[in-house]
Design a protein around this ligand. Structure first.
Ligand SMILES: [Zn+2]
Length: 227
């Protein structure tokens, strides 16, 4: 892609209903990697839609997370509330020439929304990501990157890591593990855990020029597990 000026991408995640707590930076594309709400009720989803929908960004793409129950339990009702943003669920959208794919699934954890067993069930979801994806947005992290819990356990999805390594998208945005927020440039892919942990952290900002994406606002991430 060729642009006279870099595109600005605003990366959000895990705001749990407090998306307005920090001023959202200006930009061309806003991406939210899920956990829009606390418990995924219609009233909460409507409020998030109103909050994000009022922002001036040209493209606003969101996915659900494990807290956003209505999207799994009553998809038509939840989707009908998303009038101001574009909701992705194992689907793609074009945003200013970038192909963005969004998917809410994560490894099973006490039967929250969009939980699947590790292995084949998740691999089947990741197999749907198209080869020419530029930006992958998932709620959960891949194994080994931005997936470290307080107690040191890594809970990311190995099948997702395998797929990302094969596809090499330029940008992979996720959240879910609030305590391992940060960014990592690994090979051709910029990985970002954009978790805002309710309202304790602002959105991260990426500039995307002819040479690809780079972080302009956000913290470098902690240790990774390259195995
Ligand atoms: Zn969360």
């Amino acid at each position: 892609m060729t642009n006279a000026r870099p595109l600005r991408l605003i990366l959000m995640s895990d705001t749990h209903g407090r998306e307005g707590a920090h001023p959202v930076p200006d930009g061309d594309i806003l991406l939210h990697a899920g956990d829009l709400t606390d418990v995924g009720r219609a009233r909460e989803i409507a409020a998030v839609n109103a909050g994000l929908g009022a922002l001036p960004h040209r493209h606003k793409l969101v996915i659900a997370g494990n807290h956003d129950f209505l999207f799994e339990n009553d998809p038509p009702a939840a989707r009908a509330l998303m009038t101001g943003v574009t909701y992705l669920e194992d689907t793609a959208a074009d945003a200013a020439g970038l192909k963005v794919w969004g998917s809410p699934w994560q490894p099973w954890f006490f039967d929250w929304a969009f939980n699947l067993k590790r292995g084949a069930a998740l691999a089947e979801k990741w197999a749907r990501v198209p080869d020419d994806v530029d930006v992958l947005v998932t709620h959960g992290p891949p194994y080994g990157i931005g997936d470290r819990c307080h107690d040191g356990r890594r809970v990311g999805c190995r099948a997702l890591l395998d797929r990302v390594r094969a596809l090499k998208p330029r940008l992979h945005v996720f959240g879910h593990i609030h305590e391992d927020r940060g960014w990592w440039q690994i090979g051709e892919t910029l990985f970002v855990n954009a978790a805002q942990n309710y309202d304790t952290h602002p959105a991260m900002v990426v500039e995307w020029s002819d040479t690809g994406p780079r972080i302009v606002e956000g913290e470098a991430g902690g240790p990774i597990d390259p195995s």
